[in-house]
Ligand binder design. Structure first.
Ligand SMILES: [Zn+2]
Length: 199
């Protein structure tokens, strides 16, 4: 079976990871995205970035069992994890959040694209896994109890091969994190100590 690796920080198991591609994420704009159709044309373009975050969070299953599945009216599930109303609901949640009067400082950085962020703050850094640009990948594990031979006539006679040991790691922690500074074309690892260490 395939499994997700575990990631823990300071002893806490991280249930979900969202990764952001830089600089692409910082340059997201409602005017260039299909989700723009769920927003009023006068809406500010940077809201696409907030939409992305809420979109991903909305995929978290309320029972924390993987990705939320979307039920149809008849009790079956949509094949993809969006269904018909997902994008509209996400856009509504973005509006609800902004209307709730959050501290503007929390989302201020979303107002600026990548070049503006660099000019304003002198650089853009992000936490990455050491094997950047890769991140933890699902790995294959051999079942302790092997399933019985297939009885399905289509599968009888199909060669069964031994599972090769997985090349992917099963566990990650803060020791596997680096801080990188991102540019338009490249990124480089920043080595910092003390208060700026990866957390
Ligand atoms: Zn999605």
């Amino acid at each position: 079976m395939t499994k997700s690796p575990s990631v823990s920080l300071s002893g806490h198991l991280v249930s979900y990871l969202i990764s952001f591609a830089l600089p692409r994420y910082c340059d997201q704009s409602l005017h260039r995205a299909r989700k723009g159709r769920f927003y009023h044309p006068d809406e500010e373009a940077w809201m696409a970035k907030l939409d992305t975050v809420i979109h991903e969070l909305y995929h978290v299953s309320p029972d924390l069992k993987g990705i939320r599945r979307i039920e149809r009216g008849d009790g079956t599930y949509f094949a993809d994890c969006h269904g018909q109303h997902y994008h509209r609901e996400v856009a509504d949640m973005v509006q609800t959040y902004l209307a709730s009067g959050p501290d503007p400082e929390v989302y201020e950085f979303l107002r600026h694209d990548f070049d503006q962020l660099q000019q304003r703050f002198g650089g853009v850094v992000g936490t990455t896994f050491r094997m950047f640009p890769s991140s933890p990948q699902r790995y294959v594990e051999r079942l302790t109890v092997q399933p019985p031979p297939p009885t399905d006539t289509d599968l009888v006679g199909v060669a069964v091969e031994e599972v090769r040991p997985s090349r992917h790691r099963e566990r990650f922690s803060e020791g596997d994190l680096h801080i990188r500074e991102f540019g338009r074309e490249t990124s480089r690892r920043l080595v910092r100590t003390g208060a700026f260490r990866a957390a």
